[in-house]
Each structure stands twice: as C-alpha cells, then as structure tokens.
Design a protein around this ligand. Structure first.
Ligand SMILES: Nc1ncnc2c1ncn2[C@@H]1O[C@H](COP(=O)(O)OP(=O)(O)OP(=O)(O)O)[C@@H](O)[C@H]1O
Length: 322
C-alpha cells in the first residue's frame, strides 16, 4: 500500500468531507482579476509545421494595474495580445477579460468586446489612425461606431481626451501633419474613446526615439491614473519596463518571471527609494521556470536536487554522479 493509500484508509469520512468542502470553498483561479489567462495554448500550423506560440500561459491582471510584458522575439507576446484584443482565438485554455469569455464569444459579442471592452494601440503609428480624418475626428469615430448620439457630446469627449494626453491643440490636424509621438498620443485617445476596461498596447514606443517614448509612457500613466484604465504594454523599451510597478516576462510561450517594484521611504532622511525584486512564477501544476542565468551559472541541467526547509525550498545541481 502506498503512503497516500494508507493515509486515506486512516482518514475518517468526516475528514474527507471537510477536505472536499475546503477545496470547493477555495476561490476559483483568477476570480478577482480583470484579465485572467488560464493555461492558454495557441498552436499555429503553417506549411504542415506546428508552432506552439503559447504553451499553457497563466496570467492574472488586477483592475487598475499598469503593467508591462517583456520577452525575447518569438516568445509569444503578440500572440497573447491578439487573443486579449479579441482578434485571435486560443487553441485551448481559458481567457477572460472583464467577465467576457474570449473562447465562447459569438461574432456579435466579439464585435461589442472590441468596440467597448478593449482599446488597443499598435506599434505602427499608421495602423492606429485614419489618414483622412483629423485628430478629433479619429477620436470621435469609435464613439460613432458604438452608436453614441450627439455631435457636441462626442466632440467634447474627444477634446477632453486629447487635452489629457497633451495634444488638445492639435485636434484639427490630420495624422500626416503630426509627429510620430503626437500620432501615438492621439492613438491612445482613440483607444480610450469608448472608456474601455482594458487598454492593450503592442510596442507603442517601438518606432520612437527615447525622449518621445518617455512622453508616450507618461500619457499611458496619465490615462491609468486619471481614468483608472487597466493597461497592459508589450515593450522592449527599458524605460517603460522599469517604470511600471509590475513587469512580467514571457519565455517560450509561458510567463516565467515577474519583477515587482515598490517605493520605500527612508525613515531617517525621508527619501523615497524604488525597490525592485524579481520573482519566478509557480504555475498551477507547481512548475517553476528558473532563470537561464541562474541555471547556467551553477551548471544545472535536466535534474536538480530539492530540499524542503522550514521557510524555503533549496535547489542544488545534480549530485547523483558525485
Ligand atoms: N500566424 C502565425 N502563423 C504561424 N506562426 C506564427 C503566427 N504568429 C506567430 N507565429 C509564431 O509564434 C511564435 C510567437 O510569435 P509572437 O509574434 O507572438 O512573438 P513575439 O514575442 O510577439 O515576438 P516579437 O517580439 O518578435 O514580436 C513565433 O515562433 C512565431 O513565428
């Protein structure tokens, strides 16, 4: 008899019932999150070759967060963003945004989701705006498509958003008469027009120099702080990645590590210090991805030795052949 069988046989019925109830009462995964990805899988098949772009990705984002997603080229960031934007469907797993189930939406629900629940800003400035409309008309367009009535109401909302993003005085210019940075700020206003729950941005500063990139990031921060919009930014930009409170790294189609930042006030000097700490992600099956630089430094491969300590778990290189 195995240990667990012995355990079961010595456990009373009442104890078993108690365990089952405790499991049922445990809050469901991602219950309080605005964005919840649960073991998300996306497989592409091209010319008979299968590419597993997402390999069981877990991610939770809380309402009101401003966070960044980073990762090497091909790690699956854009695939994830396209799914969250409602433009692509996962092969398996679960994905929910603001109570919308991204796997079971029909065409009509998907359209409503893309118009009202999410807003997106793409890297290519030209993809975000219609060239023949002015900045203000570009911002008013999503409201019109949603069926918002009243020209004055839409114009006022457009002006309010353009002002918030520091481009109010450029309302009558067409995209070609705006710099790349100004275009991206107008694009953020367009994405915010219908007051979405989530704003998704895929490399929004990718085509801009670092000073302009910083200004764009400040615009996202303004939207997050003033409007309370939850914002997820995919970025290679160190400024963006280090200024948000939470940066999640994606590796081989899974979330691997996460950096959390918080400010600590020095009790004696009153100075504020930003403290950053990196965490590894433990998935729901208990799997852990160790950072490559750690495993390489210690020559860890294939097999490692584990030891449970009172307050931590020790991991050692394989010592079985010593
Ligand atoms: N439509 C598609 N058909 C086939 N393979 C695809 C498709 N889209 C993405 N892939 C593959 O899926 C993997 C993840 O791609 P994805 O674009 O999500 O990566 P990424 O992290 O956004 O990369 P980058 O930073 O270069 O944009 C890659 O191997 C890519 O080649």
């Amino acid at each position: 008899m195995t240990t667990s069988e012995t355990e079961k046989s010595t456990m009373s019925l009442a104890e078993l019932e108690q365990r089952a109830t405790a499991r049922r009462d445990r809050p469901a995964y991602g219950q309080d999150a605005l964005i919840s990805c649960d073991r998300l899988v996306r497989i592409f098949t091209a010319d008979g070759i299968e590419v597993q772009a997402l390999q069981g990705l877990d991610l939770l984002v809380t309402k009101g967060e401003l966070m960044a997603l980073v990762g090497a080229s091909g790690s699956g960031k854009s695939t994830l963003m396209n799914i969250l934007a409602g433009l692509d469907e996962p092969t398996a797993g679960q994905a929910k945004v603001a109570d919308c189930d991204l796997l079971s939406m029909n065409a009509k629900e998907r359209l409503r989701y893309r118009r009202e629940i999410v807003g997106f800003v793409w890297q290519q400035t030209a993809r975000n705006l219609l060239p023949y409309l002015t900045a203000a008309q570009n911002v008013a367009l999503p409201m019109q498509l949603r069926g918002v009535r009243g020209r004055a109401k839409k114009a006022a909302r457009a002006q309010e958003l353009l002002d918030l993003l520091g481009v109010g005085e450029l309302r009558d210019r067409r995209p070609a008469q705006l710099s790349g940075g100004q275009q991206q700020r107008v694009a953020i206003a367009v994405a915010l027009a219908n007051d979405p729950s989530v704003l998704l941005a895929d490399e929004p500063t990718g085509e801009l120099d670092s000073t302009t990139g910083r200004q764009i990031f400040e615009s996202f921060r303004a939207a997050n702080e003033e409007l309370g919009t939850t914002i997820v930014i995919v970025t290679h930009d160190q400024t963006v990645a280090t200024e948000v409170r939470r940066t999640v790294a994606i590796r081989d189609g899974r979330t691997s590590t996460e950096v959390l930042r918080r400010t600590r006030v020095d009790e004696t000097t009153g100075e504020e210090h930003l403290i950053a700490r990196e965490y590894a992600m433990l998935d729901r099956a208990g799997r852990l991805q160790l950072p490559a630089e750690y495993t390489e430094t210690l020559g860890m491969r294939d097999r490692v030795a584990l030891e449970l300590e009172p307050d931590h778990i020790g991991i050692w290189p394989d010592d079985s052949t010593d």
